[in-house]
Design a protein around this ligand. Sequence first.
Ligand code: UD1
Ligand code: UDP
Length: 376
Amino acid sequence: MSRKTVVCVVGTRPEAIKMAPVVLALRSQSYFDVKILATGQHSTMLDQALEHFRLSADMNLHIMKERQSLDHITASVMTGAGKYFDETDPSAILVHGDTTTTFASALAGFYRNIPVGHVEAGLRSGNMHLPFPEEMNRVLTDRITSWAFAPTELAKENLLKEGTPEDMIHVTGNTVIDALLYTVKSTSRPSCSELAKLPENVPFLLVTAHRRESWGKPLEDICHALTMLLDAHPELWMVIPMHRNPSVRETIKKYLENKEKAILCDPLDYPDFVWAMNASKFILSDSGGVQEEASAIKKPVLILRDVTERPEAVEKGSGVLVGVDGEKIFSNAIELLESKDRFMEIENKCKLQPFGDGTAAIKIAELLKDYFENDH
Ligand code: UD1
Ligand code: UDP
């Protein structure tokens, strides 16, 4: 039987982290010829994430421009991915998540009648503008995919409500748990230069914020709340790995550069970030992936957003939806810092692992193999 070529597309940091286990699972079966197409929507952050899994792109479109527009990403991914699909003629294409790389490459596959599998299908916030443009990217991608690999039962329900045929939906768990398990938990502090300024055994909060809909005033309010927290708790440190987006970095630096105990650093390598999540007192983040990871390691996370497409993180995990209002962020964080009961209430909620058991990627590889073995 001839090997089946599968192209796995990745463009940004979270896609690389969550697609990596799928690539590794597919490559463990000689049945597949697996190629990684990197769009390069992120330049350094994408390579940084792939390197941890000892993966490199078979083709990189290098599309990133500073302060790039959504039009630029969409048009250049479609053209570049389309050309690569024409050259490699894959039997299947896999995309992950909700970025513009995800949607534009899925559409390029659809235009060529190549079946597309969507890893992390079915997440919905219910508001097309929050997160922006990710909610729209997910909805459109799910309309054109042949396999919807849903991470949870709730994601499956979302797809059924929209009319996706049940036999197209496969609940696999989220591959982020596979990625976390692959990343051996280190108990000693990483020696990277980014964390060098953090003294041993001090209490610290881990903070990330990058969402497009938060640029401007919401991010200013978040940063203002962080400065108030540092003033209210002089013993407290903060580790803030800044996304490479210049608009995000400018705002964070404006508020926090002069705060002695705020460590503003470049993005951490994935294992170092996992260490920081584990070692922190708690996390403040608007990231999608971090909500899932925090629930998996049972670490409280204040979610810096008004809505989440991952309600499981709030209902069954360690997430608290606090929005982008400075006062609300401050009061929720103070409660966690000062009330042991509140802290334990959140920790105790994480009884079950809502996002999977670390076998999502293997399930996806098996499902694809079954499909092709049945004469497709
Ligand atoms: C993108 C995704 C978002 C995802 C996030 C993960 C879209 C529209 N947005 O948002 O869904 O949550 O990635 O981080 O798909 N930059 C660098 N180096 C890098 C990466 C980014 O310099 O390695 C800078 C560039 O100036 C770039 C800017 O960041 O133009 C924004 O990157 P972009 O991919 O457009 O948006 P993100 O906010 O990263
Ligand atoms: N992450 C990382 N280093 C960092 C910050 C985040 O490796 O300095 C990882 C994090 O563990 C998660 C992913 O990047 O797996 C989240 O990426 P991001 O917040 O950029 O995107 P989102 O999940 O919001 O789409």
